[in-house]
Ligand binder design. Structure first.
Ligand code: TXA
Ligand code: MG
Length: 344
């Protein structure tokens, strides 16, 4: 298929505006940047268009999609029994990297919801995402723009690699600012429950709601993941990822002891800046300072994708603090490592 590529700055041109609207209403897919990661979007009201997303991504059909809207006022059309917690959260965090799960009013097909009675909705803040939704005039469902199982896309080069020739349009918006997908918060249950951690943290949500919420996202608890049985392999590079958990010195000692493996295999370390000068392996990728989880979040998927480009066989990553954004980072790393943690 012919893929048209546009730059974000061209989106104000009337002919491109018209093109986007036409493609979406014609059941075509458009890849576009959001503030979290790139998304692959389709008309959420068209089962035919939505089916294409699952087909092209190779996504399991029971994994539901997030519907993206322009603003909170449209939510009532699509949901019922709206939680009392919804409004304060929308006021505080929309537009932005928070997805809310509601009871569905049944407008969207089972293909969007994966057969669930609930629907996930997000209002993205990225101007390109906002424009794609506005020009189309319909709700846009958009999973992360990556082939299923691969790390999400944070750069134009990632989406080009995965989707050029497979979708009608790709919009180049440069680097996705946050680099980690939105926080998913379930509001269809009595106590709001985090299903996927992201930039909007548990603490930030609790500060707004003035209650304790539940956090169901996978995390390391005393060296073991809380819910080890993950259904799908995620974010995984082709090489084997190991998370190294221990004191700063022990982690360095362990990673350096892998030097010998370099004789027969390509190995790499992805680590915070603070570790770099202590490590002796050939390939060390600096994720950014421990003091700046924002930087680590921004670089994470890009670095995981780099592992495949460099054909790395074994990848070592120190466990980092799960405070604040660290929880979202460790959640993605646990999945990338298929829960392989080496205690040192
Ligand atoms: O930041 C993001 O959320 C990005 C950008 C493109 O907006 N999108 C994204 O979509 O990450 P996706 O499909 O890769 O991840 C959606 C997550 C999945 O874990 C899915 O299972 C969950 O949201 N989800 C969707 N609908 C749900 C529902 N009704 N109940 C519970 N979880 C749901
Ligand atoms: Mg995804």
């Amino acid at each position: 298929m012919k893929t048209d590529i546009f730059k974000a700055i061209d989106l104000n041109k009337p002919e491109i505006k018209e093109h986007i609207k036409k493609q979406i209403l014609d059941n075509q897919l458009i890849v576009f940047p959001t503030e979290t990661v790139y998304g692959i979007g389709a008309n959420a009201l068209s089962p035919e268009a939505v089916k294409k997303i699952f087909l092209i991504k190779g996504r399991p059909s029971d994994n539901p999609l997030i519907v993206h809207l322009n603003d909170a006022s449209q939510v009532t059309k699509y949901v019922k029994n709206i939680s009392i917690y919804a409004k304060p959260l929308m006021d505080a965090f929309w537009p932005g990297p928070l997805t809310l799960v509601f009871e569905s009013s049944g407008v969207f097909s089972d293909i969007v919801t994966g057969g669930l009675q609930t629907i996930a909705i997000r209002v993205p803040s990225h101007p390109v995402a906002q424009k794609v939704i506005a020009y189309s005039g319909v709700p846009i469902c958009a999973p992360s723009a990556n082939i299923s199982g691969k790390p999400s896309s944070t750069l134009f080069s990632h989406v080009k690699e995965d989707f050029y020739g497979k979708v009608s349009t790709i919009i180049d918006g440069g680097k996705a600012e946050i680099g980690l997908e939105s926080t998913v918060l379930d509001l269809s249950v009595e106590i709001p429950t985090i299903l996927r951690p992201g930039k909007i943290t548990q603490t930030m949500i609790e500060e707004i709601l003035k209650i304790n919420i539940i956090n169901h996202s996978e995390q390391i608890v005393e060296g073991a993941p809380k819910s080890p049985g993950m259904k799908y392999k995620h974010y995984a590079p082709k090489g084997e990822v190991s998370l190294i958990d221990g004191s700063f010195d022990n982690v360095i000692k362990y990673i350096n002891s892998q030097e010998i493996v370099q004789k027969n295999y390509k190995i790499a370390v992805l680590c915070p800046d603070e570790y770099v000068k202590h490590l002796h392996l050939k390939t060390i990728i600096n994720l950014g300072s421990i003091e700046s989880p924002e930087a680590i979040g921004e670089n994470l998927f890009m670095s995981l994708r780099q592992m495949d480009e460099m054909k790395i066989d074994y990848i070592y990553i120190p466990v980092i603090s799960q405070k604040g954004l660290g929880q979202a980072i460790m959640n993605r790393l646990l999945k990338a490592a298929n829960y392989r943690i080496i205690k040192v």
